[in-house]
Design a protein around this ligand. Sequence first.
Ligand SMILES: Nc1ncnc2c1ncn2[C@@H]1O[C@H](COP(=O)(O)OP(=O)(O)OP(=O)(O)O)[C@@H](O)[C@H]1O
Length: 341
Amino acid sequence: MSDEDTAHDAPGRGESPQPGALGEGENAQHAAPGREVAISLRGVHREFRRPRTSLTRPGAVVHAVRDVSLEIPAGVRFGLVGESGSGKTTLLKMISGLDHPTSGEVLIEGQPIHGRSQRQLKWLRRRLQLVFQDPMSSLDPRMRVREIIAEPLVAQGIPRGSTVDELLERVGLPADSARRFPHQFSGGQRQRISVARALAPDPHILIADEPVSALDVSVRAQVLNLIDEVVDGFDLTLVFVSHDLSVVRHVCEQVAVMRAGQIVEVGPTEQLYEDPQHPYTRQLLASVPRLGAALAGRSAAELAARTRAALQAEGVGEDEVDAVVDDEPRPTLPSEEDPHA
Ligand SMILES: Nc1ncnc2c1ncn2[C@@H]1O[C@H](COP(=O)(O)OP(=O)(O)OP(=O)(O)O)[C@@H](O)[C@H]1O
């Protein structure tokens, strides 16, 4: 595909899917008329069974996501936070059609996406694109940037919304980047290429899974600002996953907190950060050295002690308090060097 053959045949914002897309046949009368709700999760549950060879609890059932119901309005920047193993990636995979729920339903723009044909899932790929944590492993090192951006769309027969040159310009890379290979770029630039590729089919929804975690601290802010810009410029709904609460606060206007497969608290970001209601959210915030200290002018250890005391005063049982209050700040939550502080 050349840069000139820009395609504009994707349905416009708020239009119904094209024939052959989700919404055809028996579901057509239920198609959402607009983009009011971008993503709906209805009682979504995902179980895995550990392999018999697993060293820990072989053969045991893991409830990675447990009965999650959620609606993400169109145009919102939605953050998903939680510690490692809380189920964030499993949830994202189900939203993206890369995995299926054991029970429950995922709808994108009103259309159920599971149990669908590949042809119908092509519709989903046009609506929803992903940016992953590690751009080096998600970009084919043998391909030039022009091919990287255009090739997946050609392979799947998905028309592009913009030309490669336009996309490179939008993500702040020079036009001659198109001729180069991924290894000729810095980590931050490679993530810009990933963003350009994600924007190529003119999606409505961008899923970003820890998009800056693998980057040097010095370039994180630039990539976050880029995501900010393209979400505005392309009128996107953003689902942004991170274990780094300060990054989510910077980017997202709504946030959900996941713990052990469940969403324990969801709400407007500032409200949730300033006045967390769930003990686990308090613990997460108290575990963030810089953010916690900024919130209360205290050290993380002091904040954890205060959380413990507050929970005990509320009559929360000792076991539950122990489960959510770790008096030692977790070193992985979040980066000590928050460029946005
Ligand atoms: N394919 C799988 N088979 C078995 N268990 C799995 C599988 N995928 C995920 N799990 C388990 O499901 C739980 C949730 O994992 P998930 O990767 O979704 O968490 P996460 O919050 O994204 O963690 P991280 O931040 O480390 O990526 C974990 O206990 C994990 O071991």
